[in-house]
Design a protein around this ligand. Sequence first.
Ligand code: AMP
Ligand code: GLY
Length: 423
Amino acid sequence: MRVLLIGSGGREHALAWKLAQSPRLGALYAAPGNPGIAEHAQLVVLDTADNEAVLAFCKAETIDFVVIGPEAPLVAGLADRLRQGGIAVFGPSAAAAQLEGSKGFTKDICARYDIPTGAYQRFTSAEPAKAYIRREGAPIVIKADGLAAGKGVTVAMTLDEALDAVDSCFAGAFGDAGAEVVVEAYLDGEEASFFCLCDGTSALALASAQDHKRVGDGDTGPNTGGMGAYSPAPVMTPDMVERTMREIIEPTIRGMAESGHPFTGVLFAGLMITAKGPELIEYNVRFGDPECQVLMMRLKSDLLTLLHAAATGTLSSVDAEWRDEVALTVVMASKGYPGAYEKDTPIDSLPPEDANTKIFHAGTAQKDGKLVATGGRVLNVTAMGSSVSAAQQQAYAVLDRVVWDNGFSRRDIGWQAVARERN
Ligand code: AMP
Ligand code: GLY
């Protein structure tokens, strides 16, 4: 199979690394890619926001299958255009991508299919939203409806904080994404990320992971795209996985099919495991970054076969097998991230990898023959171990041998699970 991978982050490096191991792979291209991806794929200069240009490339290079990593091209209808052009695609249509693109859309599906999630209301102006918040009281959660790069959510512990969040949304703090606001009940529990493949009518559970969204140790400081992750998530016991599939994922797949927008691709459920069981916080319509990196380390099955089955409605004929060990990844970011940071700082040396360690590239580039950091999140240092503690120790041992003066990382990825293992 001749495959084109769209994207340039650590998630796509992990996908490229795993796709390259497939016996069914003929050729792998990536656009725009990065220096890590270039070890497994031929990089293509292509404007991935230009759906026609991507289709033209696929025709010219007789591409059989396109794997779309990030959400932006999905929301922009790249999967629709390629399918119209007769090319198999891993990733949902723009209509189905609303599961990530519109929080209100997802909440309405939850209401219609009785999917457990926080009680909510949608608002298009401030005063009714504030009246609702005063009635419900704090803690309460305020969300800009649209895509706001993970920054559109305020978990307000006080009434004043909640009312301020409503004002800032409608004042345009998140641009068009905040033209509508969802106010939602606060859910108390432990968070987990859960991934499954979908082919429009059925779903195949993949694995779980836990992310670390805050920039600082002990989960302090501002939110980021994710500073580290590990898989599996200890809270996702076999019983919780079974309930998540039955109570959350399967009704969503049914609801999307019944609405005329069947979901194909990977469904990433952000869950809160509360005293009542799993409740949905949000959906993403792509692999998590950096969660994908730990999933790919643990996946034993052929990734190309799995993704192609999801894209072609044949998911019931495949299965996913996993290594029992824990995989853990630590994000190295440019100093200053998630605020402003210096670009093109030199990464002088990367340590060697072995069967249980891997450094995925996220925001790197080659400039004048040297590796430099171009992004906020730059490297994902990943290791396998027999426990979270063992994987953590191994990942930091590798990370400490990376020579990059402008880089930093959290030092406590996996801390909750490590504390549990000590008890
Ligand atoms: P989201 O962008 O919807 O994933 O929200 C970002 C973060 O806000 C989540 O990862 C949670 O930590 C938190 N959050 C979102 N919704 C709720 C909720 N209803 N209750 C408690 N925390 C929430
Ligand atoms: N790491 C969280 C995300 O990919 O949305």
